[in-house]
Design a protein around this ligand. Structure first.
Ligand code: SAM
Length: 190
């Protein structure tokens, strides 16, 4: 077995935990790589809700999706409002934090408070045995703050409810992303 890098590792874990026909969420559609991957995973009977606050990101995602667009709802809204669009149990979710690669305004980045709000809501919707993956980039302005807020939040999750894993390549230069993976271990009392 070869060691996987951070983004392929996230996809591998989602591949093992999401079933065909399920509902999943891409919290940060960006250029649509993860949305396309998730649309493939859930199959014809499943559905992907993909969020972004930039129309350019949703346009780029729609272009990448092609025929898979029918399996995806592209939502121009902040992921913290996920509960206004998704009420059913979800099979998994992905975050890829930071700015839109090749975007016009690289100062538009994910923010600590809305990231935590979205994550909290998604963990409530997540099936038992489901996974939320979060690729964290901390090299840009505000990135370190978001990283620390996120780590504090996930470390506070009860170990009987969630298993939380950090996966990081330690010998790569230029602020590579690291991965946080959260697996739901049991149903939560609301
Ligand atoms: N997953 C994407 C892909 O596969 O191409 C890359 C995502 S990119 C690193 C981060 C995206 O998050 C940007 O497109 C940005 O506009 C978006 N974003 C920032 N704040 C957001 C928010 N509050 N809700 C939803 N998306 C947000």
């Amino acid at each position: 077995m070869k060691l996987l890098r951070v983004l392929p590792m996230a996809k591998q874990l989602l591949t093992e935990s999401v079933n065909s026909g399920e509902i999943v969420v891409d919290a940060t559609a960006g250029n649509g790589n993860d949305t396309q991957f998730l649309a493939g995973l859930v199959g014809e009977l499943g559905h992907v809700y993909a969020f972004d606050i930039q129309q350019a990101a949703l346009d780029s995602t729609a272009k990448r999706l092609g025929e898979l667009n029918s399996r995806v709802s592209l939502i121009l809204d902040s992921h913290e409002n996920v509960d206004q669009y998704v009420n059913n149990e979800i099979g998994g979710a992905m975050f890829n934090l930071g700015y839109l690669p090749h975007g016009e305004d690289l100062s538009i980045v994910t923010k600590p408070d809305s990231t935590i709000d979205a994550l909290h809501k998604l963990l409530n919707l997540l099936k038992v045995g489901g996974i939320v993956s979060i690729a964290v980039y901390d090299g840009h302005e505000g990135g370190a703050d978001e990283r620390d807020t996120l780590l504090n939040f996930v470390q506070s999750l009860h170990q009987a409810d969630f298993q939380v894993i950090k996966y990081q390549q330690l010998n790569r230069i230029n602020n590579p992303p690291f991965l946080i993976v959260i697996e739901k271990m049991r149903g939560l009392s609301q």
